[in-house]
Design a protein around this ligand. Structure first.
Ligand SMILES: [Zn+2]
Length: 308
């Protein structure tokens, strides 16, 4: 048989066509996934406030916090100003405050640009930028510290100073008669905590155990990154008998990226049951790292997680 018989050519052509279609499909699916990741906003409607979770960059979250009564809003860590202004506009709110958790670029990197846009367009009104007292935070207009308060419309925000990941890290807590929420940046993640870049195990202990664990158990926790799956895998390695952790891990494993994103917010109660960094008093956690005090356990756990 001659290799170039017409039917062979047809088969080769068909094969090439299939390959091309496959390649095109992969490109379309990939670009669709990337687009989907950067655009899906998840909204939590509460009695007096609304929180819109806006995915940004690779795995960051920005949060638009709205006072339902006045439609005044604040944005937590607006690293993508275009997206923030678009969501604020679509939501019909007046955005006039930035709450910066810490100076790292993937959180505070949009402050300067957003500030410039407000200066260029006076119809947007003045923009106040809150954050820990730190010259590394761009365009900081309102430096805050432990227990300082500010308002978003009728919502009262309390600042919680949590130095360790960075020296000036701030978490923001809002309590209404019906609901409580806390924005924890890179201090507390779902089932994890931030790296100790500029602080000590004692400082992370104070942040997680003394301060954040003291909030009501039903406080919703909005963290700075989507790290749920990896953190839960680590938690399950540390405490294989913790059924709450295993249950969450199974949900995370079975979910696609969007599904895992739906795992945030967590709650303070859930973190106390499953987050090993909030469980450094537990014998099961201390046993994993071979330590007998909560502080030594905090230090050894972080070291183990850094290598996980
Ligand atoms: Zn950070």
């Amino acid at each position: 048989m001659c290799f170039w018989e017409p039917c062979t050519l047809v088969i080769i052509f068909d094969y090439l066509q299939t390959e091309i279609i496959c390649v095109i499909s992969v490109v379309i699916v990939n670009s669709w996934s990337i687009r989907r990741r950067s655009t899906a906003v998840q909204t939590t409607d509460m009695t007096r406030m609304t929180v819109k979770k806006i995915p940004a960059l690779k795995d960051n979250f920005m949060y638009l916090v709205v006072c339902n009564e006045t439609k005044n809003a604040a944005i937590v860590d607006p690293v993508e100003p275009d997206r923030v202004l678009q969501v604020a506009k679509e939501s019909g709110v007046s955005l006039n405050k930035v709450l910066t958790t810490h100076h790292h670029w993937d959180h505070a990197g949009g402050n300067a640009d957003l500030f410039k846009r407000y200066q260029a367009d006076t119809s947007l009104g003045p923009l106040q930028i809150y954050g820990g007292n730190d010259e590394r935070i761009d365009n900081l207009t309102n430096p805050v510290g432990q227990d300082d308060t500010l308002e978003i419309g009728n919502l009262k925000v309390r600042c919680i100073s949590t130095p360790c990941h960075t020296t000036s890290h701030i978490c923001y807590y809002i309590e209404t008669p019906e609901d409580k929420v806390v924005f924890t940046g890179d201090t507390l993640f779902l089932a994890g905590c931030g790296r100790f870049f500029e602080g000590t195990p004692q400082q992370m202990y104070d942040a997680l155990i003394t301060k954040l664990s003291a909030l009501p158990d039903d406080t919703k926790v909005y963290c700075g990154h989507e790290y749920a799956l990896n953190n839960l895998r680590f938690g399950n390695t540390v405490e294989p008998d913790n059924v709450d952790t295993l249950q969450l891990l199974n949900i995370a494993k079975e979910s696609d990226l969007e599904g895992r994103r739906a795992m945030v917010p967590s709650t303070i109660g859930q973190e106390k049951r499953t987050n090993v960094f909030m469980r450094v008093h537990e014998p099961s956690v201390q046993k994993f790292v071979g330590k007998s005090t909560p502080l030594e356990t905090m230090q050894a756990l972080r070291a183990a997680k850094d290598k996980f």
